[in-house]
Structures are given as structure tokens and as C-alpha cells.
Design a binder for this molecule. Sequence first.
Ligand code: PAF
Length: 298
Amino acid sequence: MTAPEIPEATPLGERGRTGLGVVQAVAALRQEIGHLRREGHRIGLVPTMGALHAGHIALVRHALEAADRVCVSVFVNPTQFGPNEDFAVYPRDEAGDAAKLAGAGAHLLFAPSADEMYPEGEVCRVTVPGLGDILEGAFRPGFFTGVATVVAKLLIQASPDIAVFGEKDYQQLQVIRRMVRDLHIPVRIEAAPTIRESDGLALSSRNAYLTADERAIAPELYATLMEVAHRARHDRATANVERWASDRLIEAGFTSVDYVTVRDAETLEPWPGGTRPGRVLGAAWLGRTRLIDNVPVP
Ligand code: PAF
């Protein structure tokens, strides 16, 4: 596996602690974070898989509010892709990512190779049974084990005070919160709201796969989830609402619907209603592209 094509590591010490430092090795990351800690800085981490868009930059801004030095990891994590998924073609733009991070005011880019993150012979995995097996976990077996494993590694490697994740991947956020709690990892997990196009489509690196016709249909996912949230609040028969939503998406032009469901916002078990916070989550296919989104029950 080859290392990403990005500029050579530029130690922060040689740059007078300004601009974006770039490191590719865990040892170099630890060294840089160590310098920053000794200078008394609070460290924020934003884990990403690159192909950065305005949604990622919003995560960086969020981290800059909560911490005074921000490290962004860019790593397309092979263990969270299934055998028939898009690992090989997942969008990659290492130089563009570095430029965007520098523009956003991030301090450190950690861009390890796959061999650095998964050295030969490594075998350990982190699983989050239950929460990691339903919804996305049921449709993408092994996905959350890949996510939990790489996020655990990143949190141990960077030892940040806070780490920021987007609400766009709502189940991922809950899985990571559970993992951090159960493993006593000393970090505060912060959630940043989903950034949307003006027509409501949630920003995602995978939107790049949509054809023009599919792009025109895509905002219907958000519109449908919003309507489900409204109906769920006023009508407890969520099964009917969920069926209605799937039909509406197919009529709008979606190829198939994996799920639209109203869940307890924390456990992701079926929503009991009442005062428990609820979340509507959906996943549907437009041609060969799978879109996910979620909204709160008002
Ligand atoms: O949300 C993502 O981009 C990825 O799942 C993450 C959290 C960076 C782990 O690879």
C-alpha cells in the first residue's frame, strides 16, 4: 500500500508553530502533539477520510472553538469498507485537502499510510455489539468495527482533549460515544450539526458519485425524513409513517430504500415517544450511490 501524495512532514518546531504541519508517522504525530501539550495547548482532533468539503471544514471550525490547536487526520480506512464497497474509488485529494486545512486554520495534518495504521501482523479490533449491529451495521456488516477500531487508534495516537464528529453520520457518533465511555478513553466527543446544500441535501464526499438526474432527486431524502419527524411527533404509529416514507422515496425516483426509521436518539432502539428524544434515520440508494441522512424529532 502506498503513502498518500502529500508534502513531506514539516515539523512544527521548524515553522515557528504557524501554518499547517504535516506528519505521516505515528511517532511524528506524538512528537508534535507532545510539543503542543508542553506549550499548554488544548488539542482538538477531527478524524476524516479526506476529500474534504464544507462539512469537514465546519468540523474543523467547531474544533477550533473548543481547542486551541487542531489536528485533522486524513485516512481512507480500509477496515470499514465491505468487499463490494467503494474503497478503491473513494474520492482522494491529498493536495487539495492540505490546502483547505491550511485555509481553515488547522494546525496539524496527520496523513498516515495503511501500513502505518495497520502494520503487518496486527490483529486487534474494537467492536461495539448491539448499537454497532443495527441499521448501518446490519446493512454494512463489519462497518462499525472498522470505524471503532480506527477511531480508537487515532484517539490513542493523538490523545486529544476533544474530538469532533458530524451528526451526518449519526449512528457512527453514538457508536463512538459508547466506545469512548466503555473503554474510559479520556476525550470529550463533540457533535457538529450537518451542513446542507441550499436544497437540503446533506454534504457528503459520496455526493460526487451522483449523476445530474440523481442529484436532482437526492434532496427528497432530507425532505422525507423531515416529514417523518413531523408525523412521528403527532402520530405514534411510526410503522405506518416509515412505510409511507419508503413509498415516497421510491415514487421520487430512489432505486431502493434500506430503511427509514424513528429511533431513540441515544440508544437507537425503536423510539418510545413521549419525552425521550427521537431521531429519524434513513438510508436509500440512487443508482449505485447510497445516501444516508437523519433529523431530530422536533
Ligand atoms: O466519518 C468518517 O469520515 C469516518 O468514518 C471516520 C470517523 C473518519 C473513521 O474512518
